[in-house]
Design a protein around this ligand. Structure first.
Ligand SMILES: Cc1cc2nc3c(=O)[nH]c(=O)nc-3n(C[C@H](O)[C@H](O)[C@H](O)COP(=O)(O)OP(=O)(O)OC[C@H]3O[C@@H](n4cnc5c(N)ncnc54)[C@H](O)[C@@H]3O)c2cc1C
Length: 458
């Protein structure tokens, strides 16, 4: 490699990652469920084997806990927190190949890469996730229709198993473990480091266009017209019915090709300071928010040049925004329904949500493309994906979720484990019929509360 940098990055201290130090409880982003666990911080690659020797009750490597449900939790078990393993190992500016320890966050990668003219090949809606967490959930971004999932850009990683084996995994070497680990929910072993192919950029800016739409057909037309635009995503109003049903704002953008200063991002300063009271989010406040959001864009079409931070990470501006949902926490629901039933399935589910009165104000609609995911258990497939946030309301939220998950199944779709805290074992096993094949690659000492919930008798 022409250029190798071995300086550990120090920026991690500058971020409030939300990751625990010492005995503080480890929460997932939805703050539901909450479980006690023994927290073991890892600092060096060798720490994993030392930490898993003679452990009782199983273990699970975890990152920043930005998964919403229980894929990053292990009730009464041992959580191996990787955020202390955040060193950059090497970078080659000729190829854009960056190798880093798995606890390095995407925020840290951006801070290093953007001033050097590089960007993440795929990014989720928050930059506060680790490299290991992004691989283990095989995350997707607004460019799925062009770039596929995060795993498509991972050229190699090291997997350490609790029996002491250390394996280099690539698409051709230990290929089965490579495929099982990408989207493998942390269950196949510990990813100690990984190599990611970054993409070149010449500006921080995004050529942005926001377009209002009314109804699913306008959304589908816009999706067809924007096939060559790298990033597309829509916010949809799922509280309105009648003529405003399924109205939204289609947001699209490409990296600007006009050269501009490539400086690092400022640190976020705002913090949501306390848990909002349970009554703060109700159907009135949610539908008011939806109406305001729709009309925030006054014109049908708005064109602007905007920084990548508000384009990709609008929610990262306020740290701990999940406290807005109060102490009970929030549930996310994200499905993908294949094209065959995508239109009717999306309309039926949006109607069910509006009818429930539990409408979400963070509703994100997007079309997945047909770039194959490299992971055996990866979530994305071609079709429409919808992600919704709901506050937890006793007696209401879970029955709604069960109905929505059953509807997803009827329309041939599946739910995203990274966002889930509620699907039943039967639903999971129908969504992911390959789960038994996947189990063959599991490390016998690693498990999660999600896995225990969805495969209870295995
Ligand atoms: C505001 C917000 C927006 C989001 N937007 C998107 C989006 O657009 N697209 C998307 O796909 N997701 C999205 N997510 C979900 C998030 O990207 C994923 O849940 C991500 O995996 C979280 O990474 P983490 O480092 O917090 O890992 P954690 O949540 O701590 O863990 C996730 C999984 O990774 C495993 N894991 C972590 N580190 C390792 C390791 N070193 N070795 C092996 N396994 C490991 C864990 O066991 C667990 O199964 C969003 C989340 C939030 C909060």
């Amino acid at each position: 490699m022409p250029q190798v940098e071995t300086q550990p990055t120090q920026q991690s201290l500058a971020y409030d990652s939300g990751a625990p130090t010492g005995p503080a409880p480890f929460e997932s982003w939805g703050r539901y469920p909450t479980y006690g666990a023994n927290i073991i911080p890892l600092h060096w690659q060798s720490d994993f084997l030392a930490a898993t020797r003679n452990l009782h009750n199983g273990a699970l490597p975890v990152g920043m806990g930005r998964s919403y449900g229980d894929v990053c939790l292990l009730k009464d078990g041992n959580l191996l927190v990787t955020t202390g393993m955040d060193r950059l190992i090497s970078f080659d500016p000729e190829t854009g190949l960056l190798t880093a320890e798995a606890g390095m966050s995407l925020a840290q990668i951006l801070d290093f890469a953007v001033p050097r003219g590089f960007f993440l090949p795929v990014t989720p809606g928050t930059k506060y996730v680790t490299l290991g967490g992004a691989i283990a959930n095989d995350i997707h971004g607004k460019n799925h229709h062009i770039a596929g999932t995060f795993g498509c850009h991972i050229t190699q990683f090291e997997l350490i198993r609790t029996d002491g084996t250390r394996l280099l995994c690539t698409p051709t070497e230990n290929a089965e473990l490579y495929a099982a680990t990408i989207g493998g929910l942390g269950l196949t072993g510990f990813i100690s480091w990984a190599t990611l192919r970054l993409k070149p950029i010449v500006s921080r800016k995004i050529d942005y266009e926001g377009i209002q739409f009314h109804g699913i057909d306008e959304f589908l037309d816009l999706t067809n017209q924007s096939k060559d635009i790298e990033y597309t995503v829509s916010w949809v109003d799922c509280a309105s019915t009648g003529r405003n049903f399924c109205r939204g704002v289609f947001m699209q953008g490409d990296h600007s090709t006009k050269k501009d200063e490539l400086k690092p991002s400022p640190e976020p300063k705002l913090i949501f300071p306390f848990d909002a009271p349970g009554f703060a989010l109700n159907s009135l406040s949610v539908s008011t928010f939806n109406t305001l959001f729709f009309h925030k864009q006054i014109h049908k079409r708005v064109v602007s040049l905007q920084d990548y931070e508000p384009f990709f990470y609008p929610l990262d501006k306020v740290l701990h925004w999940n406290r807005m949902y109060g102490k009970r926490g929030l549930l996310q629901f994200q499905y993908v329904i294949p094209w065959e039933h995508a239109r009717e399935g999306t309309v039926a589910i949006l109607k069910e949500v509006a009818k429930s009165g539990l409408a979400s104000f963070l509703a994100v609609l997007k079309a997945f493309g047909d770039v194959p995911s490299p992971g055996l258990m990866s979530f994305p497939k071609p079709g429409i994906t919808l992600a919704l946030d709901f506050p937890i309301k006793p007696g209401k939220s879970f029955p709604l979720f069960e109905r929505l998950a059953d509807m997803t199944l009827e329309f041939g779709g599946r739910l995203y484990p990274a966002k889930d805290a509620a699907m039943t074992a039967a639903q999971f096993q129908a969504f992911y019929p390959q789960w038994q094949h996947f189990s063959r690659y599991r490390d016998p000492l690693l498990t999660s509360s999600f896995w225990e919930r969805v495969t209870p008798n295995f």
